[in-house]
Design a binder for this molecule. Structure first.
Ligand code: URA
Length: 206
């Protein structure tokens, strides 16, 4: 039987697929790329939010399946969390050409789909990966006053204020900003920082 979550997430997927007004739509068609909607447990307690799909992701339609994904898989494994038990997505669902940073207009266009995913899945914890998702989520979910550079607030846990939670229908949720796993590919020090920050996750879930 199709439950309400499956149906609602399928509708989000259909809406992203139909997003012809996106400046990234032409790239999708030209390169035979897929939009990357997200994957994982629809009732996950934790949701990871990256930036935008890279080439591997756009070719397969799966988030974090390339090199950054390998780092994420290892970080999850080290703290005993199975990838199938979490939900992983990005703010921007189509690949920006040449792996450039997503533009503000692109973030604004795709962010409502992310908000809908959060509202359906209702995770207990949102872990943002990198500064783009950190900035979007903290600004949108009533944590704008806590926003600082990622070098200062990575690994800190912020509770979404009840007014924002009521307005956005996201339930009781905490946000933990984390560095993007891609940044740790060639940077051992940052990898250690990410590993330490990941250790916090199981304790905020229980
Ligand atoms: N980087 C991201 O931000 N997201 C992905 O899905 C892959 C790499």
């Amino acid at each position: 039987m199709v439950d309400g979550k499956t149906e609602a997430l399928k509708k989000i997927e259909d809406d992203v697929i139909a997003l012809k007004e996106s400046p990234l739509y032409e790239e999708r068609v030209k390169n035979k790329y897929f939009p990357v909607i997200g994957e994982g447990d629809y009732s996950a307690q934790i949701m990871f939010i990256g930036e935008a799909p890279g080439k591997n992701e756009a070719k397969t339609g799966r988030p974090f399946c390339g090199r950054a994904g390998k780092v994420l898989d290892k970080l999850l494994e080290e703290v005993g969390i199975a990838r199938k038990d979490v939900y992983i997505t990005n703010i921007v669902k189509d690949r920006p050409p040449g792996n450039r940073d997503p533009l503000p207009d692109e973030i604004n266009l795709y962010a409502p789909f992310l908000d809908r995913q959060i509202k359906v899945i209702k995770p207990k914890v949102i872990a943002t990966l990198g500064r783009f998702s950190m900035q979007y989520v903290m600004n949108r979910y009533g944590l704008e006053r806590e926003l600082s550079p990622i070098s200062i607030i990575h690994g800190k846990v912020f509770a979404v204020p009840s007014e924002a939670s009521a307005k956005l229908g996201c339930g009781d949720v905490k946000v933990i900003p984390l560095y993007h796993p891609a940044a740790a590919i060639y940077n051992q020090k940052l990898l250690k920082t990410l590993e330490k920050d990941f250790e916090i996750i199981p304790s905020i879930l229980s």
